[in-house]
Design a protein around this ligand. Structure first.
Ligand code: HAM
Length: 416
């Protein structure tokens, strides 16, 4: 047993998983920047109050899932459970509003939520996150959704369902709250889980988000929020759907889609798959028009989303991994320890000439080095020992055909 172990719900991401992560990051940067998004990196820790006020004190995230602790001066700090609140804090602090009417920011990195770990659900996980701040037009929501779907396509994913709903605005949502609360009050309280009995009074929308089967069943016929949208919210949602339809982007309306965070209004959306188990929501987002103001900034609208990289990675793996990874050009096996210095020098020249490969250290048997060579996937295995060195030559073995020849060192580049 090792003396130190990583925490439950925390992962060490080795190859080939780390290659999948960097492939997603690279693709995200390329796709998002082609829509005018600029990269922002924010701290992983913020004042607790930012999340409480931004995400909502009645959400599961704030109630149960935050890593919160006092710093050395007794201030309450929290490891970010999501990126949006921190991005808004940065936007306000840098006064972006004064420089441009629309600010598009993209960020990625680790987030922390104290949840019960399972496949696709970690305590430290990674999000790719986009925020478009300053645009109130429904076409901005639609373009953001198209960008997300484009990105998912570019990393090779299919079998995805895009689901949408509209949560209305501060004018029409209270009417829906009332109707939903009346519906929930009329239920037998025993049919709701303990959390939902509380949510019913503090934040009835959350009940629709509950994953407990009995709560789901008894709310099957709950009033639908779209029926309570005011004309302005209805027009907004219609315009979002228009863009999606004209672009040929399939979607479904999900009346239960209320999202787990409190800052949303109007458009909300999630991208869901059934191919990776119970935790099948790979991305989610929506509009949050009052959020910047609520955090002490100007009254600007916004819309954004985050995609969970661990869940995407599961899908990328199923889809056959990262496309187009080229195997290394060489593996340099060292047949005798005295050849090691020259081996490193030769390998360095090859890399300077654009070749990729590695030297075998700790010269072991030829057999184990050949095994290692084929494990790396190298096209050629180079063999260097005392005899080769004396002849100023090196043996080159083609890993596919098994053919081997000895070539003068100066001719090596041509051979690999
Ligand atoms: P969220 O729905 O809480 O939204 O998280 C977005 C995505 O992060 C989820 O769909 C899921 O893929 C991934 N995720 C969440 N929790 C975990 C976990 N414990 N383990 C693995 N993956 C997880 C937000 O965070 C919003 N800030 C999105 C947003 C941005 N809305 C507007 N702008």
């Amino acid at each position: 047993m090792p003396e130190f172990k990583r925490g439950k719900g925390f992962a060490d991401i080795f190859e080939p998983e780390s290659t999948v992560f960097s492939f997603m990051e690279k693709t995200a940067r390329r796709v998002f920047s082609s829509y005018g998004f600029a990269e922002l990196r924010t701290p992983v820790m913020e004042q607790t109050e930012l999340f409480a006020r931004g995400i909502g004190t009645e959400t599961d995230v704030v109630q149960k899932e935050m890593y919160t602790f006092p710093d050395k001066k007794g201030r309450s700090m929290t490891l970010r459970p999501e990126a949006t609140a921190g991005v808004m804090r940065a936007y306000i602090e840098a006064n972006c509003h004064a420089r441009e009417s629309v600010t598009k920011l993209f960020t990625y990195g680790p987030m922390f939520r104290y949840e019960r770990p399972q496949k696709g659900r970690m305590r430290q996980f990674h999000q790719l996150n986009c925020e478009c701040i300053g645009a109130s037009e429904p076409q901005a929501d639609a373009e953001l959704i198209l960008m997300l779907m484009t990105f998912l396509g570019e990393i090779g994913l299919a079998d995805l369902s895009l689901q949408l709903n509209s949560l209305g605005c501060k004018e029409c949502r209270p009417r829906y709250h009332q109707a939903l609360k009346a519906f929930l009050d009329a239920l037998n309280p025993e049919d709701l889980c303990e959390d939902c009995r509380r949510r019913k009074d503090t934040n009835p929308l959350r009940v629709l988000d509950c994953k407990v089967p009995s709560c789901k069943a008894v709310t099957e016929d709950a009033p639908r929020i779209l029926d309570y949208n005011c004309p302005a919210c209805r027009d907004h949602f219609r315009a979002v759907l228009d863009v999606l339809e004209k672009s040929g982007m399939p979607y479904t309306i999900n009346h239960r889609l209320v999202r787990g965070l409190d800052y949303y209004n109007r458009t909300t959306f999630e991208v869901v798959t059934e191919t990776i188990g119970a935790q099948g929501t790979v991305a989610g987002g929506g509009r949050y028009d009052g959020l910047v103001r609520q955090l002490g900034g100007p009254d600007v609208p916004g819309v954004g989303f985050a995609a969970g990289m661990e869940r995407l990675a599961l899908m990328v793996d199923q889809a056959g991994g990262v496309p187009g990874i080229t195997p290394p050009d060489f593996y340099l096996a060292v047949l005798d320890e005295a050849a090691l210095t020259d081996a490193v020098v030769i390998a360095q020249r090859l890399r300077e000439a654009g070749k990729r490969g590695e030297v075998s250290f700790a010269a072991k048997s030829l057999k184990s080095q050949m095994r290692q060579a084929s494990k790396t996937g190298a096209r050629k295995c180079l063999l260097l020992g005392g005899n080769e060195l004396a002849a100023n030559a090196i043996a080159v073995k083609d890993m596919e055909s098994g053919d081997q020849e000895t070539v003068p060192l100066e001719a090596l580049l041509v051979k690999i």
